[in-house]
Design a protein around this ligand. Structure first.
Ligand code: ITT
Length: 187
């Protein structure tokens, strides 16, 4: 089966493709874009986007992510894309200057929504980690150079895409989607 991913971010497609490929599902980037409402709740953003896109198309996927930094009371949360394009990685590190290692906890969350065979599916994945004191690595995208998942000293940007696509919030959400589709006979 083949799904279309309505996203402007080709890195997301590459990672999702690695995860879904393990289940025999292929995915391509769709030129359609999700309408993104302002909400603190990623699932609400995804549900709204699906409610518009799924009227016209089927076998479609959307994803919304957030980066929740504990010492910043959850900022940037669902505004991670805006924070990345405005203050960037450097700005985030500046905001966290003086925050000690033990208090640099953060969570990456992914909510993935799909309409397949006329049915809607919403799944989530989250991974806890720390915001490093300086950027490391050149793989991946966005905040990857400063996010290090708990239990590993490396940042996501120091891992291959193959490895990140086994451990990330996106990896969890897309494997959950594949499992739901298989379990509910939607493929
Ligand atoms: P869409 O077209 O799918 O919306 P986007 O990149 O704008 O693509 P989001 O709205 O979900 O995606 O924004 C999430 C932002 O969070 C993204 O732009 C990155 O800056 C950051 N982000 C999300 N997942 C990430 C990951 O795996 N690694 C690093 N940064 C990530």
């Amino acid at each position: 089966m083949e799904l279309s991913f309505a996203t402007s971010n080709e890195n997301k497609v590459r990672e999702a493709s690695m995860v879904l490929g393990r289940y025999g599902i292929s995915i391509n980037q769709s030129p359609l874009r999700k309408i993104e409402i302002q909400s603190g709740d990623l699932a609400e953003i995804v549900e709204y986007a699906l409610s518009h896109l799924c009227v016209e198309v089927d076998d479609l996927v959307v994803e919304d992510d957030g980066l929740f930094v504990r010492s910043l009371n959850g900022f940037p949360g669902p505004y991670a894309a805006y924070a990345y394009s405005t203050i960037g990685v450097g700005g985030l590190l500046k905001l966290m200057q003086g925050v000690i290692k033990e208090e640099r906890l953060a969570t990456f969350k992914s909510v993935v929504g799909a309409c397949v065979g006329g049915r809607r599916f919403i799944v989530e994945g989250a991974v806890d980690g720390v915001i490093t004191e300086e950027p490391r690595g050149s793989s991946g995208f966005g905040f990857d150079p400063v996010f290090s998942p708990l239990g590993d000293d490396r940042t996501f940007a120091e891992m291959s895409i193959e490895e990140k696509s086994r451990r990330s919030h996106r990896a969890l959400a897309f494997s959950r989607l594949a499992e739901r589709l298989l379990k509910e006979g939607a493929l």
